[in-house]
Design a binder for this molecule. Structure first.
Ligand SMILES: *[C@@H]1O[C@H](CO)[C@@H](O)[C@H](O)[C@H]1NC(C)=O
Ligand SMILES: *[C@@H]1O[C@H](CO)[C@@H](O)[C@H](O)[C@H]1NC(C)=O
Ligand SMILES: *[C@@H]1O[C@H](CO)[C@@H](O)[C@H](O)[C@H]1NC(C)=O
Length: 391
């Protein structure tokens, strides 16, 4: 009887001790593993909050952009066709075609991709990274025929015929792609082309349908330029090859000027990157082929781009108000260049520079991608083109 009584007395104690033991064990475990994870999560969240919201002057409408962007992040789905045998999955994220490589890599690794074609808004045709194609075959004609053959596979799916390709897109940064894809009129006609050479006076680029890809020469040799306005003592700067009539004119008119630093020279050999930090305005004249890489360099280094190119469809121009962080001129304005820059220097330089620094992140490529960066801006441009009639 005493025995039983005794046990009845100790039972409650056991009910306290055993859970306590397990609780302390769990705490030890958590402090070793769980808490570390938990802390890591907290840090990540802090960083997520740190992404600056979309405010300020560089947008046509910050509010519309912010709202549509949130919707895109939540809903946008892309279906990827399988790669053809000559496609390059190892994306080169350096060199002249880095933005094409970044885009393809980021897309494949993103949560925008779906296996379910019924959920997809758009379909990606992986004929990108054609620099590998170029190494394997000799002529544009041959590349066009290879692309045509690959498209044969795509036509066999039921999706292309519903829209004649209007909800399909591909990316091409290399000039070979442009020449070769022009040889495939069925592709160029309706589907969305993401291009590094977005000039609308040439064949194969249609601003309302196609997307302008900011082209970069990666990696950048020097850190981003922010602030340091007092260091910028040169009024306008350009150095490069005279490979177009416009550039010849630029050098002839301003090559000997005291305030403008204009040089006919091999740009990279000359190692003149430092000047990007020392100039207020960086002239970006159209060359033999109009790409946006010089403009991207100016943006990177905080030197306000002065864009001298007719018929150029600037990247993200339906979101960003380029007038707020660059100077856009006609090619014929080269004669008045100095007067224009002198006037802008006094009136607008500080505002343009400050806005330029704010716009920098939208042109930055990352892996993995970051909210509002170049990859997401391209995705946003695609998102705006998702409404097509299906038959
Ligand atoms: C798509 O249309 C083409 C030409 O009209 C036809 O040859 C092809 O069989 C169609 N594809 C599918 C999957 O129906
Ligand atoms: C700006 O100039 C100062 C000297 O005047 C120099 O120390 C600094 O490195 C310069 N900054 C940049 C970004 O070039
Ligand atoms: C630029 O330099 C090249 C090579 O030195 C020369 O052939 C060309 O005439 C120059 N152009 C101008 C406009 O000075």
């Amino acid at each position: 009887m005493t025995m039983i009584f005794h046990c009845f007395r100790c039972l409650p104690l056991i009910w306290v001790v055993i859970p306590l033991f397990f609780f302390s064990l769990m705490c030890t475990f958590l402090s070793y593993y769980g808490l570390r994870e938990f802390r890591f999560d907290l840090i990540n969240n802090v960083e997520a909050v740190k992404v600056e919201e979309i405010v300020g002057d560089v947008y046509h409408s910050a509010e519309i952009f912010r709202m549509n962007y949130a919707e895109m992040e939540k809903d946008f789905k892309i279906y990827l066709y399988p790669d053809g045998d000559y496609m390059n999955n190892k994306h080169l994220i350096s060199g002249w075609y880095a933005s094409e490589g970044y885009f393809s890599k980021n897309l494949r690794e993103s949560s925008f991709v779906t296996d379910d074609p019924d959920r997809a808004h758009l379909f990606f045709i992986p004929i990108s990274c054609c620099h590998k194609l170029q190494q394997q075959v000799a002529s544009y004609k041959e590349i066009a025929s290879k692309i045509g053959k690959y498209l044969g596979i795509i036509y066999s799916y039921p999706f292309w015929n519903r829209t004649l390709g209007a909800d399909h897109f591909f990316v091409s940064c290399h000039e070979v792609d442009i020449e070769a894809t022009v040889g495939v009129p069925r592709l160029i006609k309706n589907s969305i082309r993401i291009a590094c050479s977005p000039t609308y006076n040439t064949v194969g680029y249609f601003p309302h349908k196609d997307v302008s890809l900011p082209s970069v020469m990666y990696p950048f040799p020097k850190p981003a330029g922010r602030g340091h306005i007092h260091n910028r003592t040169i009024l306008g700067y350009w150095a490069g090859n005279c490979n177009s009539a416009l550039r010849n004119k630029l050098v002839k008119l301003w090559g000997k000027d005291q305030e403008l630093d204009i040089q006919n020279t091999t740009f990279y050999k000359a190692g003149r990157m430092q000047k990007f930090y020392g100039a207020k305005f960086c002239i970006c004249p159209a060359g033999s082929r109009v790409t946006t890489s010089r403009i991207m360099m100016a943006i990177r280094y905080g030197c306000v781009p002065v864009i001298l190119a007719d018929y150029l469809d600037l990247p993200f121009s339906n979101v960003l108000d380029w007038q707020k962080f660059s100077i856009i001129l006609k090619e014929s304005d080269v004669y008045r260049l100095k007067d224009i820059l002198r006037a802008k220097e006094v009136a607008d330089f500080r505002m343009l520079h400050n806005n330029l620094v704010k716009a920098q992140r939208h042109f930055q490529w990352n892996t993995p991608p970051v909210k509002y960066d170049a990859f997401h801006m391209v995705m946003y441009d695609l998102w705006l083109r998702r409404h097509v009639v299906r038959y």
